[in-house]
Design a protein around this ligand. Structure first.
Ligand code: SER
Length: 552
């Protein structure tokens, strides 16, 4: 049975049991800022479990089925073994206050043994053994026994294995029962009985629900009698490639098609890590990645028409050229250093864009003791420092609020926007010190600016000053500001109110020249600033450049 047939059989089966087929949601969750990615089929249905949304009104039934695109970083270290992936497809059926344990288990077993014709001999199941907060799931044990499973085929496990959720900070969750085939976990059946709040306390849900998830790749592996997911027909057209490359390339295709762009934070940072790892490996394995991406798109487009070859290739090329520039210097630097700890590894990332995985791949024994946890800690520390720095900028970064100082402040906004236009979106503000006499501005960029680039930035700022553009302030939630593409290093809560300053002829549309989260104050229109001149461009620290500028 091909993967395509499996997809169809699954949806048909649950449709025949009264489920409405719902299309996959995007890999970027629409209404849940507490998670970066869609990691499970149930995520788009969260409001139906809590009763906030009415399934009957929206899709005519209290049960649904879907094939959901999922992306998980939690298993990234296992990618390359026989059964783990970052991107995968999840087959799911869901009940919102409708059927519960008995039907969920019965149908799962029917699908596995009758539809998939997998012999019960190859299977065992697990159920929740109970703990002080949640009782043992005796009901599921009885249901399994009624279906003919003997005691030795029913394993009892604790929280770690047989309790699922919530996704993000809070949401529905509950005990699970899982089906294993040939020792591989293929199907997770969750009984959503609780709501887990942000403080981790559990409240019983008013209506009980079912959320099941089965990895398509793993199902294909056991149905097609293969030893690894990479030998299934989901991968065979591409099999000559290294497994990690294959996994990451597939994830890259789907992430870009759902709108993620490489950057140094959130989803963009994960995408950048996947891309740079593939790019770095490419030189070792001499693989044509563009061809690989094209072939993946060709394979999957039948089922996922949103895959967009043009944007995947153009995003890939742009990131690749940034990376190739950075990596030559970075690898030279890597050769020079002795033992690598988290601090020196993070410096390599900050200065040259060498991501954790690239460093690990290239540094060999030098990086033997380097681990992801310490690296992440360093990353977090750095983010906190830069947040403190940017808060400092808005409070203390301005020497005073005099008329002249304010001109410099608005000029700094214009300059940041101009730098990003000239040098790319990777440019972020790292600090500023603004007095009535001059503007000092630090920003991330790995190289010295050329005289042409300096002139380009100067000209662009002066052009915007000449246009006498209005400067407008609006208050909004941080998540709205981000959605508008506002820059600013605040990593505060999404529901926090922030001030956003926009400079542009139509400041309310997406076409504003500059848009920053900022406490102000600013001039009313750019014509007040005067003539802008960069007097110095120099290194400030590794990977950070400093500009001194004046207005006349
Ligand atoms: N939400 C559960 C999982 O992701 C079952 O769908 O495993």
């Amino acid at each position: 049975m091909t993967a395509n047939e499996l997809r169809k059989k699954y949806l048909d089966f649950f449709q025949s049991k009264g489920h409405t087929i719902i299309p996959s949601a995007s890999l970027i969750p629409e209404n849940d800022p507490t998670v970066l990615f869609t990691t499970a089929g149930m995520q788009q249905f969260k409001p139906y479990y809590t009763g906030e949304k009415d399934p009957i009104k929206n899709f005519g039934a209290r049960r649904a089925t879907s094939i959901q695109k999922c992306f998980r970083t939690s298993d990234i270290d296992s990618v390359g073994d026989e059964s783990h992936l970052t991107f995968f497809e999840m087959l799911g059926n869901f009940s919102f206050g409708d059927y519960f344990k008995e039907d969920a288990i019965k149908w799962a077993w029917e699908f596995i043994t009758k539809e998939m014709k997998i012999s019960p001999e190859r299977c065992f199941v697990s159920v929740f053994e109970g703990d002080p907060a949640v009782p043992e799931d005796k009901e599921s044990v009885e249901i399994w026994k009624d279906l003919g499973l003997t005691d030795d085929k029913i394993k009892k496990c604790g929280r770690k294995d047989n309790f699922w959720g919530p996704t993000g900070d809070e949401g529905p969750c509950g005990p699970t029962t899982e089906i294993y085939v040939d020792g591989i976990e293929v199907w997770n059946i969750v009984f959503n009985e609780y709501y887990c709040s942000a403080d981790k306390s559990l409240e019983p849900l008013e209506q009980k629900g079912v959320d099941t998830g089965m990895g398509l790749e793993r199902l294909a592996m056991v149905v097609q009698n293969k030893k690894t997911i990479f030998e299934t027909d989901l991968f065979t057209p591409l099999i000559e490639t290294n497994r990690i490359m294959l996994d990451h390339s597939r994830a890259i295709v789907f992430l870009i098609s759902d709108g993620v762009r490489p950057s140094n934070k959130e989803q963009g940072y994960i995408l950048r890590r996947l891309m740079r790892r593939v790019m770095a490996k490419k030189s070792v394995e001499s693989i044509n990645i563009e061809n690989l991406l094209k072939r993946i798109i060709e394979e999957y487009k039948k089922f996922y028409p949103e895959l967009n070859e043009e944007s995947v290739l153009s995003v890939f090329r742009e990131e690749n050229s940034k990376f190739q520039k950075a990596i030559r210097q970075g690898l030279r630097e890597l050769e020079k250093v002795g033992k690598l700890d988290a601090v020196s590894a993070f410096k390599l990332f900050e200065s040259y864009g060498l991501t954790f995985e690239v460093i690990k791949d290239f540094a060999g024994t030098k990086a033997a003791s380097l681990n992801q946890k310490d690296f992440d800690k360093e990353f977090k520390k750095h983010q906190e420092i830069s947040r403190a720095g940017s808060e400092q900028k808005f409070k203390g970064g301005l020497a005073d609020a005099s008329e002249r100082t304010i001109k410099y402040h608005t000029a700094a906004h214009l300059m940041l926007a101009a730098l990003r236009q000239a040098l790319g979106d990777g440019v972020a503000q790292k600090g500023a010190n603004i007095t009535a006499e001059r503007l000092r501005f630090d920003f991330s960029y790995p190289e010295k600016m050329t005289p042409e680039q300096i002139k380009q930035v100067e000209d662009l700022v002066n052009e915007k000053i000449k246009e006498n553009l209005p400067v407008k302030m609006e208050e909004m939630f941080l998540k709205e500001a981000k959605a508008l593409g506002a820059t600013g290093a605040f990593e505060s809560k999404y529901d926090e109110r922030v001030k956003v300053y926009s400079i542009g002829s139509s400041t309310s549309s997406a076409s504003a020249f500059s848009r920053e989260i900022c406490g102000g104050p600013h001039v009313n229109s750019t014509g007040e600033i005067g003539r802008f001149k960069i007097i110095k461009e120099e290194s400030s620290s590794a990977g950070v450049r400093r500009i001194k500028a004046i207005v006349e």
